[in-house]
Design a protein around this ligand. Structure first.
Ligand code: ZN
Length: 396
């Protein structure tokens, strides 16, 4: 005669200790290092789960346990809806070598009956569940991380070479609000690298073209277009409204303005710059790592600053650097991984080589040092030794 479900459960009950919901709650209150593992299906988890629980549906347990629970001596309490699937799941974990596994008797149903709280991830639409499904399979991101992306507000300074890949990938990833500052119009010579724009939009404002491309890609994204130059008059109000600033500017006055404004309002800047075949990326997080001025206290003399129209740039180069900027932005928002704070990543396309240098906060930095001398915004054209007429030639 085949085994009945009861036979399997009886066998599991003999092998696996069961703990009450009260005991689990008490252990959490005491700050015990216990991992709660929810083995229900995603649709069930969506209706509510115990805060901090790891989710691996029962059917994926054998495949994902090692990734989520790398230590076999981790103290694990498994739960499901009623306490049956969790017993069987715990038995599987035991067979996989986990030594400290228990099952929560009565499951989350009993947990709720006892009046303990459950949390719910942001409720996503059916379309969003499908669109972002590959994100949900990453436990570092999941529905919780996707919720953070949808709630995030990112400001892109520039919709040119760097801003294009950043905007495309952040929009695709489901960043809820993208602000784009750019005063330029699309020029045919931009199209070799500025992949947000298209041939039929030559002469259109770059912000308008960006809105069209982003909406076509992902209607979830709210785009705020600022068809203006970033200036000392608008920078503070603009930065105030956003969580992360992505610097895709291509001139020194704007770069120092972005840096100073961001430090003064306390917002992180994902910095990128490109020159011919080389690029560099870093994350300037105010007071946690260096700022741009810690690296470059003053700009190079104006005679040494060529304008983009005089210097070539390999079309794919901003693609590489911009995608790294987008990656760092997403990491900052979901709070995962090791950000490029205090590290300058340098890329040489011809040699196809990445190099990383440690960069430190300068205690004497005039902006973020111990005794700052810059406490308000400056005249950046003057600071960089440029007059406004010369600036006009430094387009994207
Ligand atoms: Zn600094």
């Amino acid at each position: 005669m085949p085994h009945t479900p009861h036979d399997f459960l009886d066998e599991a009950r003999r092998a696996i200790p069961e703990v009450s919901v009260e005991a689990v709650a008490a252990r959490r209150t005491h700050g015990d290092e216990v991992v709660l593992l929810d083995v229900r299906e995603h649709e069930e988890v969506r209706t509510g789960f115990i805060e901090g629980a790891i989710t691996i549906p029962r059917g994926f347990l054998e495949f994902r346990a090692a990734e989520y629970l790398p230590q076999t001596d981790t103290d694990i309490v498994v739960y499901c809806a009623s306490g049956a699937r969790s017993l069987l799941a715990a038995q599987v974990l035991r067979a996989m070598g986990y030594t400290r596994v228990a099952s929560m008797a009565g499951g989350i149903t009993r947990w709720k009956e006892a009046g303990y709280p459950v949390v719910r991830d942001r409720q996503l639409s059916a379309e969003q569940l499908e669109r972002y499904s590959r994100h949900f399979l990453l436990h570092q991101l999941g529905e919780k991380g996707q919720g953070k992306l949808l709630d995030a507000k990112v400001l892109l300074v520039g919709a040119g070479g760097l801003g294009s890949p950043v905007a495309l990938y952040l929009a695709a990833a489901g960043i809820g609000t993208l602000g784009i500052v750019d005063a330029d119009v699309v020029d045919r010579s931009n199209l070799q690298r500025q992949v947000l724009h298209t041939t039929d939009r030559v002469g259109m404002r770059k912000t308008e073209s960006a809105v069209m491309t982003i909406h076509a890609l992902n209607p979830d994204v709210q785009v705020h277009a600022y068809p203006e130059r970033l200036t000392v008059d608008n920078v503070m109000a603009l930065f105030q409204d956003y969580d992360v600033i992505v610097d895709g500017s291509d001139n020194f006055p704007t770069r120092y303005l972005v840096n100073d404004g961001a430090v003064l309002v306390g917002k992180p800047v994902v910095h990128g710059s490109i020159f011919q075949f080389e690029g560099q990326v870093s994350v300037f997080k105010p007071h946690e790592g260096p700022c741009y001025r810690c690296l470059y206290p003053t700009p190079p003399p104006p005679g040494l600053v060529p304008s983009r129209s005089e210097v070539g740039v390999l079309g794919v180069l901003p693609g590489v650097i911009g995608v790294i900027q987008a990656t760092e932005t997403i990491k900052l928002i979901i709070g995962q991984g090791e950000p490029l704070v205090g590290r300058l990543l340098m890329y040489d396309a011809l040699a196809m080589r990445f190099r990383e240098i440690r960069i430190r906060r300068d205690p004497d930095c005039p902006l973020c040092g111990a005794h700052p001398t810059i406490t308000a915004l400056l005249n950046y054209e003057e600071f960089c030794g440029l007059d406004t007429a010369a600036l006009a030639t430094i387009g994207a």
